[in-house]
Write a protein that binds this ligand. Structure first.
Ligand SMILES: CC(=O)N[C@H]1[C@@H](OP(=O)(O)OP(=O)(O)OC[C@H]2O[C@@H](n3ccc(=O)[nH]c3=O)[C@H](O)[C@@H]2O)O[C@H](CO)[C@@H](O)[C@@H]1O[C@H](C)C(=O)N[C@@H](C)C(=O)N[C@H](CCC(=O)N[C@@H](CCC[C@@H](N)C(=O)O)C(=O)O)C(=O)O
Ligand SMILES: Nc1ncnc2c1ncn2[C@@H]1O[C@H](COP(=O)(O)OP(=O)(O)OP(=O)(O)O)[C@@H](O)[C@H]1O
Ligand SMILES: C[C@@H](N)C(=O)N[C@H](C)C(=O)O
Length: 487
C-alpha cells in the first residue's frame, strides 16, 4: 500500500488546528477548489478575490473530499457537514504551515525558479530533466504566488527525490515570504527584463532587486544560477553574495558561463545544442523551437548537475519536451484546402517574450505559397513607456520578414500605426473581433503565431480557431492536439 500524503494526525499537528472529529481519514491530496477536488483530498477553504471557499465546503465533501480545513469565524455558519473538519484561525496561514511541514520532512533536492520571463517553461523543463533520475514533484501550471507556492509545497510527497517550484511576483516584497517557505538548494533567475514595469517606478533596477529576493531563502551551502548574458548578471551576483549565497554560477553564451553554449542549430521544430556544463561536454536536442528555450535549457542542466541528477539522462529527456500550452504549443488547423500551423503564445506578452516568439515564427517554414502571420494583442503592465514598447515591435517584425500582422487592442494601435502597409493585415479593437477576420484570412500552408498578455484575451481566440478548424476525426482520436502538434 502506498503511504498517504498526510495522515490526519500529521495534518492537524502541522497546522495546530482543532479537529471536530476523532475520525482519521488518510489524505491523498490537497485542494483549494471544489471544482477540481478529488476523493481523499483535504479541502482548504480559501478566501479569494471573488469567492469564499467556505461557500463550497459542502460541494467539496460531496465530491469526496476527506477533510475540510476551515476558519473558526465561519464554523457556526457552515451547518452540518458529512466530513471531519479542522478548524484554524486563518486558512491560508494553515496551508502555509502545512507547506512548511512538508518542506521540513523532505529529503528532496529542491530548486526554485524565478525571472521576468521563462519561469514556467524552465520549471517544466527542469522537472522533466530531474524526473529522468528520480521522482520529482513540481508546481502545476504557473502556481507561483501566495496561494500557488504553499499549495504546491503542501502537496509534496515525503519521498520525492527532487522538487521544482516556480516563484513569481509583480510587486516588490512578494518573493521573500515564498522563497522562505520553499528553502531551495538551488535558486534560478532566468533573466531580468522590463516586465510588470508599471509596478516598478525605478524600472530594471527595481525589478532586479525584487528578483534578488530569491537569495533570501536559498539554503546554506546552496547555489544561485544566473543568466550570464543578461546585463543584470553582475549586480545580481553581488546581491547573492551579500545575501550569504556561497556559490554563484552563470549560464549563457558568455565565455565565463559555467553552463556555456558552444554550438547551436535552430530549426523550425526543434534545436540541436552543444554545451559545456561545468567542464563536461553535453550534446542534446530540445523538442521545441526557439533560442530562448536553449537559454532555459542551459540553466536546467546546470541545476540538474548541482542537485546530483544524471546529466546525460537529463540532456536526453529534453528531446521529448513540447512547449507548454500558451507558451509556444503548436496546433494543426485543418482549412479544407490544406493545413496551417498555429503557434499558441497567448499566455503572456512583454517586449522580451514577443521578440522570442517572433524569432520562432521567423524560423518556421510555411508550405509553398503560405505566409508567416503574427496576431498580436496588447502587452499589459508596461507603464509609461508602453506606447514606445508596442511601436518598437515593428523592428523585429520587419527584420524577421513576417508577411502579415494582425493587431487587437487599444495599446496595439501604437504598433499598427507604424507598420509598413504591405505588412498590415487588419486592426480590431478586441481579440474577439479577429475571429471572423482571421477565419477568412488564413489559408493552408500558413504559420500563424498568436500572442498577447493574458488580459488581452488572445487565449479564447486560439481556442475558437482550434475548435473551428480542428482536424477531423479519426486523425485526432484519443490524442492531445498539443502533444500531437509539430512541437
Ligand atoms: C485562490 C485561487 O486559486 N483562485 C482561483 C479560482 O478563482 P475564482 O475565480 O474561483 O475566485 P476566488 O479566487 O475568489 O475563489 C476563492 C476560493 O474559492 C474557491 N472556489 C471558487 C468557486 C467554486 O466553485 N469552488 C471553489 O472552491 C477557489 O478555488 C478559491 O480557492 O479559480 C480561477 C479559475 O480556475 C483561478 O484562476 C484562480 O487562481 C488565482 C488567480 C491564483 O492566483 N491561483 C494560484 C493557485 C496560482 O498560483 N495561479 C497561477 C497564476 C499566478 C500568477 O498570475 N502569478 C503572477 C505573479 C504573482 C503576482 C501576485 N502579486 C498575485 O497577484 O498573485 C505572474 O505574473 O505569474 C496559475 O493559475 O497558473
Ligand atoms: N528565456 C526566455 N527569454 C525570452 N523569452 C522567453 C524565455 N522563456 C520563455 N520565453 C517566452 O515567454 C513566454 C512566457 O514563458 P513562461 O510562461 O515560461 O514565462 P513566465 O515567466 O512563467 O511567465 P508568467 O510570469 O506570465 O507566468 C513564452 O511563451 C516565450 O514566448
Ligand atoms: C498572466 C500573468 N502571469 C502575467 O505575466 N501577466 C503579464 C502582464 C502578461 O500577461 O504578459
Amino acid at each position: 500500500m502506498t503511504e498517504p500524503l498526510w495522515t490526519f494526525e500529521a495534518l492537524v499537528a502541522a497546522m495546530r488546528g482543532r479537529p471536530t472529529s476523532t475520525a482519521a481519514p488518510a489524505i491523498s491530496g490537497i485542494s483549494i477548489d471544489s471544482r477540481t477536488v478529488k476523493p481523499g483530498d483535504a479541502f482548504f477553504a480559501i478566501r479569494g478575490d471573488r469567492f469564499d471557499g467556505h461557500d463550497f465546503v459542502g460541494k467539496a465533501a460531496a465530491q469526496g473530499a476527506a477533510v475540510a480545513v476551515i476558519a473558526e469565524d465561519r464554523l457556526s455558519a457552515l451547518g452540518r457537514l458529512t466530513i471531519p473538519l479542522v478548524v484554524v484561525g486563518d486558512v491560508l496561514a494553515a496551508l502555509e504551515s502545512l507547506g512548511r511541514a512538508a518542506r521540513a520532512r523532505s529529503v528532496a533536492g529542491i530548486a526554485a525558479v524565478t525571472g521576468s520571463v521563462g519561469k514556467t517553461t524552465t520549471k517544466e523543463m527542469l522537472a522533466r530533466a530531474l524526473a529522468a533520475t528520480g521522482p520529482t514533484h513540481f508546481s502545476p501550471a504557473s502556481f507561483n504566488n501566495h496561494w500557488g507556492v504553499p499549495l504546491t509545497l503542501a502537496r509534496m510527497p515525503a519521498d520525492a527525490a527532487y522538487a521544482v517550484f516556480e516563484i513569481g511576483m509583480n510587486h516588490p516584497g512578494e518573493i521573500v515570504p515564498l522563497v522562505q517557505q520553499v528553502r531551495p538548494h538551488v535558486g534560478i533567475i532566468t533573466t531580468i527584463e522590463p516586465v510588470h514595469v508599471e509596478f516598478f517606478p525605478d524600472g530594471i533596477e527595481g525589478i532586479t532587486r525584487a528578483k534578488a529576493e530569491i537569495f533570501a531563502g536559498i539554503e546554506r551551502g546552496g547555489v544561485a544560477i544566473l543568466n550570464r548574458d543578461n546585463p543584470q548578471f553582475e549586480p545580481l551576483a553581488l546581491m547573492a553574495i551579500d545575501s550569504g549565497v556561497e556559490r554563484v554560477l552563470g549560464f549563457g553564451e558568455n565565455g565565463d558561463a559555467e553552463a556555456r553554449l558552444t554550438a547551436i542549430d535552430l530549426l523550425p521544430d526543434h534545436s540541436s545544442v552543444k554545451a559545456d556544463i561545468l567542464g563536461r561536454e553535453v550534446r542534446f536536442t530540445i523538442g521545441a523551437p526557439g533560442r530562448h528555450l536553449v537559454q532555459n535549457a542551459l540553466a536546467v542542466l546546470l541545476a540538474v548537475h548541482i542537485l546530483g541528477g544524471d546529466l546525460d539522462l537529463a540532456a536526453d529527456s529534453l528531446s521529448g519536451m513540447a512547449a507548454p500550452a500558451g507558451r509556444g504549443a503548436q496546433h494543426v488547423l485543418s482549412l479544407g484546402e490544406g493545413e496551417a500551423l498555429l503557434i499558441d503564445e497567448s499566455y503572456n506578452a512583454n517586449p522580451t517574450s514577443m521578440r522570442a516568439a517572433i524569432a520562432v515564427l521567423a524560423a518556421s517554414k510555411p508550405a509553398p505559397g503560405g505566409k508567416r502571420i503574427a496576431v498580436l494583442g496588447d502587452m499589459l503592465e508596461l507603464g509609461e513607456r508602453s506606447g514606445e514598447m508596442h511601436a518598437g515591435l515593428v523592428e523585429p517584425l520587419t527584420a524577421a520578414g513576417i508577411d502579415r500582422v494582425y493587431c487587437a487592442g487599444r495599446l496595439m494601435q501604437a504598433l499598427w500605426s507604424v507598420l509598413p502597409s504591405d505588412m498590415q493585415g487588419q486592426y480590431a479593437e478586441t481579440a474577439e473581433e479577429l475571429d471572423v477576420i482571421l477565419g477568412d484570412a488564413i489559408a493552408g500552408g500558413d504559420v500563424i503565431m498568436v500572442k498577447g498578455s493574458k488580459g488581452s484575451r488572445m487565449t479564447p481566440l486560439v481556442e475558437r480557431l482550434t475548435t473551428r478548424f480542428a482536424k477531423p476525426e479519426p486523425d485526432n482520436a484519443g490524442q492531445d492536439p498539443e502533444i500531437e502538434g509539430l512541437a
